[in-house]
Design a protein around this ligand. Structure first.
Ligand SMILES: *[C@@H]1O[C@H](CO)[C@@H](O)[C@H](O)[C@H]1NC(C)=O
Ligand SMILES: *[C@@H]1O[C@H](CO)[C@@H](O)[C@H](O)[C@H]1NC(C)=O
Ligand SMILES: [Zn+2]
Length: 518
């Protein structure tokens, strides 16, 4: 573009040089930024070094870097310099249970950036069962995006067309598909459909994700609790106990094993689910367990709060569990039994939640978290001494980049990687509150939570978008990030195929027979 402008210039060489430089300046994505003296923290270690950012990429990571003239200088002494967070589980502007989630791709992403998350992967839903139409509709919603995003696609029915659309979507940059074993009569698939979907995922190199709760039993549980006269939000917790999550996780893990395909269990909310993921991993199966921030920090008592607004705000599925689950989930994360932390950010405000005033079964499900995730994980996991800052980077960013085949473009501070960078100051104390958060929702499930350590700067693709408590974001600057299939989890699976069927092999044996049997 700048070349054209220069050749068209009718003025002398001096003017065209000036125009050239001006145009070049505009062409360069973002400014040059040097981050000085911080502790550069990646999943594999730490190092005190300077970081040079230009053209939206990380250009250099080294000690005593010379600051180029005109570059923006950020002093990061005493701070951690980390890859921006990747939230692999969000639902912006999602139509669900008769409502539409009140954070759209702009407000939700702005909130994310204010909390240090620079990419998210949202769940596109099919439109009237049509995957391609669903993808187009979500692309339209995402036109107002202000940061990088990708999509998973939900598969809520099965047909030859669905299978063909999955293959098409993989070519368009979607490398994961989600199946619901819950939400009977809405999103739920049968075991047969799930099995078909798993096989298709294996064939096209896409990750199968599962919402694991026994939807049949949940429907029975809801009816039973409601008919017993419990109509408030606590009925939500009572109607879908953790062992229904354990059962579905176990089933999903075993069906994935049967067809030898990687499985990603979204929102493991209970010890029951974690045990199934851990058991599968212990036998070498490629299973990923994703707890969400709310499971690390909250417990079910909120749903018993006499204030309906507070109680309904905590309704999500699977439900937030008793405090004992939270302890175990944190330990499992620290011990590597679970791999990464998401949010399931799906926000319905108190007016929207009030639809379920007389019936917990129709309270739109979902809690906030896209902005709070990094701070909650820092507080619950690092400040508690369970994990190191490098582990923090792994479970908030690097693991997601690796699983979804984005690494090392995302998830690491290294030359050539996207300049999605945060500065975290461990000495800044703050409190989470709906009064100060950036999401459109009027409640916050973490209301009042004290956090020691704060993301003070967020850089998204080379632009400073969050600094000194100010957001500098523009709708339409976000970018769809294509994710390629056949990621690291698929390597070597073919070698395991025979064994997966039976260790003695699956070629027919020619059996001999004794003469008298003939
Ligand atoms: C459960 O959550 C409530 C707030 O909803 C909190 O006051 C209480 O301390 C928590 N219980 C445990 C055991 O963590
Ligand atoms: C919730 O969102 C709806 C739809 O955007 C809006 O009409 C309503 O005023 C909001 N309620 C609150 C309490 O923010
Ligand atoms: Zn979800």
């Amino acid at each position: 573009m700048w070349q054209q402008r220069c050749t068209r210039s009718a003025f002398g060489t001096v003017l065209s040089s000036v125009l050239f430089l001006l145009a070049l300046f505009c062409y360069v994505e973002g400014e040059q930024i040097v981050i000085k003296g911080g502790t550069v923290t990646n999943a594999d270690g730490q190092l005190v070094a300077d970081v040079l950012i230009e053209n939206g990429k990380i250009a250099k990571v080294q000690k005593d870097l010379k600051v180029p003239p005109g570059a923006r200088l950020l002093d990061a002494s005493g701070q951690y310099v980390m890859p921006g967070g990747i939230d692999p589980h969000t639902h912006l502007e999602m139509p669900f249970m008769g409502q539409v989630a009140c954070d759209d791709f702009f407000s939700g992403q702005a909130a994310a950036l204010a909390g240090g998350t620079t990419m998210h992967i949202d769940f596109a839903l099919p439109t009237k069962g049509d995957l391609m139409q669903g993808f187009h509709d979500y692309q339209k919603k995402a036109a107002k995006a202000c940061m990088d995003y990708g999509f998973h696609m939900a598969v809520t029915s099965w047909s030859a067309k669905v299978a063909a659309d999955m293959a098409t979507l993989v070519k368009k940059g979607i490398n994961s598909f989600k199946f619901f074993l819950a939400y009977k009569g809405a999103l739920m698939v049968t075991d047969e459909e799930f099995l078909q979907g798993l096989q298709k995922c294996r064939e096209i190199g896409a990750i199968a994700q599962v919402h694991a709760e026994n939807g049949e039993a949940v429907a029975v549980g809801q009816k039973r609790i409601f008919e017993a006269g419990i109509t408030g939000p606590e009925g939500h917790a009572l109607s879908r106990p953790s062992f229904l999550e354990g059962e579905a996780t176990s089933r999903a893990v075993r069906l994935a094993r049967f067809v030898n395909t990687p499985l990603y269990v979204v929102h493991t909310m209970s010890i029951d689910a974690v045990e199934e993921v851990a058991r599968a991993r212990a036998r070498g199966q490629r299973v990923i367990g994703e707890p969400v921030a709310s499971a690390l920090s909250l417990n079910e008592t909120a749903m018993w709060n006499p204030d309906f607004k507070i109680a309904a705000a905590a309704v999500m599925s699977p439900p937030i569990r008793a405090a004992s689950h939270r302890v175990k989930i944190k330990e499992a994360l620290a011990g590597g039994l679970l791999q990464l932390v998401a949010t399931d950010h799906a926000v319905f405000n108190s007016t929207q939640k009030a639809v379920g005033k007389g019936d917990f079964r129709v309270i739109p499900n979902g809690v906030n978290g896209i902005e709070e995730r990094l701070h909650v994980v820092w507080e619950e996991m690092v400040n508690s001494g369970l994990i190191t800052p490098s582990d923090f980077v792994r479970i908030t960013s690097t693991a997601a980049a690796q699983i979804f085949n984005l690494y090392p473009r995302k998830g690491v501070i290294a030359p050539g990687s996207d300049a999605d960078v945060i500065l975290l100051d461990p000495k800044v104390e703050h409190h989470i509150s709906a009064a100060t958060h950036h999401s459109r929702i009027d409640t916050n499930v973490y209301e009042g939570k004290r956090i020691m350590g704060k993301v003070v700067v967020t850089i998204s693709r080379g632009r400073i978008v969050w600094e000194n408590g100010n957001l500098n974001v523009t709708p339409g600057t976000g970018r769809f990030v294509e994710m390629l299939p056949m990621g690291p989890l698929f390597e070597g699976l073919d070698i395991l195929d025979q064994e997966a069927m039976h260790p003695l092999g699956t070629t027919p044996v020619h059996h001999t027979h004794a003469k008298d049997e003939l």
